[in-house]
Design a protein around this ligand. Structure first.
Ligand code: NAP
Length: 277
């Protein structure tokens, strides 16, 4: 039977590469994006290689947009075998500098939208008695560091949600898989928003500049997003996928250090690695 996948945030980066990888493996893939003017690059590859990929509009923050896309997929294919919750963005700014409104915007895309989509897709998978839900978290879903608490908290929340879901959906034959990339070379860092209060008047100006430039330097040596796509396809092709897949040497290094060190040793290690203190 034809396997059908739905991926969010396919205009660039990890979503873009995952769509192509799944399409090349024969998955009928709905590669969704909120801004269809960005579809050209993906559509060219789809046409050149005659891939089973259809680009569809889906803004994860918008309930109607989610409903429309899922209705269309069900009308056309009647099933969803794999859902990849990939769409996301990041915000710079300390806890004091990020307004509650900004925290909510960050959580809207990176956390609430995932609940919104899962609530609509899991009944379909339950009926099928099978399915894979792949949540693209981050190494930042397991490690806290300064100046991006909104993003980091949203990924910690996604980790918690995914762990709960594994128990709830596992009994119906649905796999929930967490992907934890380290720093990946995509548009992500250029697209990061700065909190409105994070300006030169902020008392956190110095640490903000240090962390932003430290992370941007790491981003230049980031892992290719194709590696994340390869891990995603490997995980869904597994008979019994693992709960978590880590991608990138940096992610491995940070998570290994967190395991081996005491909390205080680990904080000192992060300061040194991230902003040389
Ligand atoms: N890059 C990294 O180092 C890294 C590391 C760990 C985890 N991640 C995670 O990987 C995922 C993909 O990021 P990426 O690195 O591939 O960055 P990216 O190239 O910036 O891609 C992000 C994608 O999410 C889409 N998006 C954002 N808000 C959306 C919304 N409301 N509705 C639909 N799509 C939306 C973007 O669409 P537009 O083009 O319209 O903005 C874009 O397609 C994110 O969840 C991110 O947190 C990234």
């Amino acid at each position: 039977m034809e396997k059908v996948s739905l991926i969010t945030g396919c205009s660039s980066g990890i979503g873009f590469e995952t769509a192509i990888t799944l399409g090349r493996e024969g998955y009928f893939t709905y590669a969704t994006m909120r801004d269809m003017t960005k579809a050209g690059k993906l559509e060219k590859i789809v046409n050149d290689e005659d891939l089973p990929i259809k680009v569809l509009e889906l803004n994860v923050d918008d309930e109607d947009s989610v409903d429309k896309a899922i209705t269309k997929i069900l009308e056309e294919k009647g099933r969803i075998d794999t859902l990849v919750n990939n769409a996301g963005w990041g915000m710079w700014g300390t806890v004091e500098d990020v307004s509650i409104e900004e925290f909510k915007q960050q959580f809207e895309t990176n956390f609430f939208s995932i609940i919104r989509i899962i609530q609509k897709v899991s009944p379909i998978m339950r009926k099928q008695k099978s399915g894979n839900i792949v949540n693209v978290s981050s190494v930042a879903g397991r490690i806290g560091f300064p100046v991006s608490p909104a993003y980091i908290s949203s990924k910690f929340a996604l980790e918690g949600l995914s762990e709960c879901l594994r128990f709830e959906l596992g009994q119906f034959g649905i796999n929930v898989i967490i992907i934890e990339p380290g720093v990946i070379k995509t548009n992500f860092f250029d697209s990061m928003k700065m909190a409105k209060k994070s300006n030169s008047n902020s008392v956190y100006n110095e640490i903000t500049s240090k962390v932003v430039s430290g992370v941007k330097m790491m981003a230049e040596m980031g892992t290719d997003p194709k590696e994340v796509a390869n891990i995603i396809i490997k995980s869904i092709n597994e008979q019994n996928p693992l709960p978590r897949y880590i991608v990138g040497n940096d992610a491995m290094m940070f998570l290994e250090a967190k395991k081996m060190k005491t909390d205080i040793e680990f904080e000192n290690y992060i300061k040194k690695e991230l902003y040389g203190e």
